[in-house]
Design a protein around this ligand. Structure first.
Ligand SMILES: CC(C)(COP(=O)(O)OP(=O)(O)OC[C@H]1O[C@@H](n2cnc3c(N)ncnc32)[C@H](O)[C@@H]1OP(=O)(O)O)[C@@H](O)C(=O)NCCC(=O)NCCS
Length: 145
């Protein structure tokens, strides 16, 4: 089950960020900022009443940007990430976005394989994109009209 997150979900979102990205995950303050951003939307995926995955989005005109995506390690390879992205694309398309854009670390082979499976294509390399110095691939997918 998927539902839109609000400020009461900050602890759950922070836990997922930490378990998925460690010290490189968003701070609580950044999560709160994201939730309060009028261009943003964040969803949580629940299994048996527990939040196990999240996608954070931001709309920039015709661009739907994936700000963060994570599924708890014990729940991966069960289609949850793909379902989060399916809903994210549908939501962004309904709001008028024509293309989805995201950045992913060049060493994050699992996530790159995941996005490629969903139809995303690499369209650029962003050198030193992350604060820890890693380069990022920019990936995109056109949304149907
Ligand atoms: C990337 C991530 C969100 C995928 O979530 P998930 O729920 O495991 O993904 P799904 O089960 O929906 O996978 C769909 C398909 O993507 C591909 N895929 C997913 N994980 C993969 C992996 N580790 N290696 C290779 N392909 C993978 C597979 O084709 C998979 O289909 P299959 O299981 O039938 O083979 C999850 O691994 C994660 O949270 N990683 C850590 C955080 C992260 O890197 N986020 C993205 C940063 S931009």
């Amino acid at each position: 089950m998927l539902r839109q997150a609000d400020l009461s979900d900050v602890p759950a979102l922070y836990k997922i960020e930490k378990k998925c990205f460690g010290r490189r995950g968003f701070s609580k303050a950044h999560i709160i900022w994201t939730l309060k951003n009028p261009q943003g939307s964040t969803y949580l995926y629940y299994v048996d009443g527990h939040p196990v995955g999240t996608v954070m989005l931001r709309q920039e005109g015709e661009v739907g940007r994936v700000v963060s995506l994570g599924v708890l390690p014990g729940h991966r390879r069960q289609g949850i990430g793909a379902e989060l992205m399916r809903q994210a694309e549908e939501f962004m398309r309904d709001k008028g976005a024509r293309v989805m854009l995201l950045e992913v670390g060049v060493h994050n082979e699992a996530a790159i394989a995941f996005y490629e499976r969903l139809g995303y294509e690499t369209d650029g390399l962003l050198e030193g994109y992350y604060s820890w110095g890693e380069d990022a691939c920019r990936m995109r997918k056109a949304l149907p009209a």
